[in-house]
Design a protein. Structure first.
Length: 349
């Protein structure tokens, strides 16, 4: 007997609703993945404005749910369980999704699972590449997170082995884009500009790579400052800023550190599979360099397609399906959102 799981995501600026089918043999199939983004409303502020995001979730939630059912060709009564991002994320934004999920679970009389957004970013890969080998290593890189995670069980045991001590990788892209007068979010325009530039033009620093630094932690704020100083110096000399070279050199520094640490972590712990997910996983240089270095080290690399890497509801539905398949206890209907939910808590019970 197969089961239909609905997933609701609202931790940041994307209202996502996903529907998946969990087959009796444990395979998970994507049926619908509808996303409404409020990114345009935040663009002029150069970052997500929490109150604006919450209001946008409220307006988009029901229409996005309806679109998902229409896409899947299912009626709501087909749903067997509702999964929702319980954290981490913006408090007000999370609350909109959690409240909606409770209402749907209560109305449909099905179990509710409050799940971890970070685990969702990893679980989504199973929709494209099938079951995850366990253990595997996950590199999570987005606007809000930069983490190396050891995954022993996607439904229950995830351990952080490293994270950023300051800015997230995506945040660094967004800040450097602003310095270069490129639009927000900065990842895609920097990726594009970098294609015309020389990645070795400027030797930007590789943060946290000294012998005394934590092996698997990251730092991007020094890199961002180095780019700012370099741009200011060029401007002070009255020179035009070579945007493609700056973008390519910055991107090289980010991709170099991320892939070097991830491959080292996998090799040292004897883990044979690396999954890279989150918005920055869409970066062409990051995935290209990761492919080269993983091949060299004999590690299997899995990167979900860009649409699955950025925030969406399918990732929460996928995680919900794995949690249901594992027989985890549902969350109570008084579930609350936890903006600081630790990655070790996959399901909030
Ligand atoms: O996962 P995501 O959609 O949302 C968060 O949870 O933050 O990630 C958004 C981040 C932004 O910082 C954006 O600049 C970055 O992902 N991003 C990229 C690319 N596409 C999106 N960074 C580098 N290269 C890209 N192609
Ligand atoms: Zn995310």
């Amino acid at each position: 007997m197969s089961r239909i799981i609905m997933g609701i995501e609202s931790s940041c600026d994307e209202t996502g609703v996903g529907l998946v089918r969990l087959a009796a043999n444990g395979t998970v199939e994507l049926l619908a993945d509808e996303v409404a983004s409020s990114v345009d409303q935040h663009a002029r502020f150069g970052g997500v404005v929490p109150e604006v995001a919450s209001r946008a979730h409220l307006e988009a939630m029901v229409p996005t749910v309806r679109r998902a059912f229409a896409t899947a060709g299912l009626s709501m009564s087909a749903v067997d369980a509702v999964a929702v991002t319980a954290g981490p994320g913006l408090a007000g934004a999370l609350l909109v999704g959690v409240s909606a999920a409770k209402a749907y679970a209560a109305a449909l009389d099905v179990p509710l699972y409050g799940v971890n957004h970070l685990a969702g970013h990893i679980a989504v890969d199973t929709l494209q590449h099938g079951p995850l080998p366990e253990p595997c290593l996950a590199l999570l890189v987005s606007g809000g997170h930069t983490q190396l995670l050891r995954v022993d069980d996607i439904a229950g045991k995830i351990t952080e082995i490293g994270s950023t001590v300051d800015d997230a990788a995506g945040e660094a892209y967004d800040k450097v884009a602003r310095l270069l007068d490129l639009p927000y979010p900065g990842g895609p325009p920097i990726d594009k500009a970098a294609r015309e530039g020389d990645p070795n033009a400027i030797a930007f620093p590789r943060g946290m790579t000294g012998p005394r630094d934590a092996k698997f932690d990251f730092s991007f704020s020094g890199l961002k400052t180095a780019v700012a100083r370099w741009v200011e110096a060029a401007q002070a000399r009255g020179e035009e800023v070579p945007v493609p070279d700056v973008a390519a050199s910055f991107q090289e520094a980010v991709a170099d550190v991320l892939t070097a640490k991830a491959v080292r972590a996998a090799t040292e712990s004897g883990i044979g599979t690396l999954v890279i997910s989150g918005g920055v996983a869409a970066n062409s240089r990051l995935s290209g360099l990761a492919a080269d270095r993983c091949a060299e080290a004999g590690i299997e690399l899995r990167v979900p397609r860009p649409r699955l890497c950025t925030d969406n509801g399918a990732m929460i539905a996928a995680l919900g399906a794995h949690v249901v398949a594992a027989g985890c206890a549902p969350s109570p209907l008084h579930l609350s959102a936890n903006p600081a939910l630790p990655v070790s808590t996959v399901t909030v019970s």
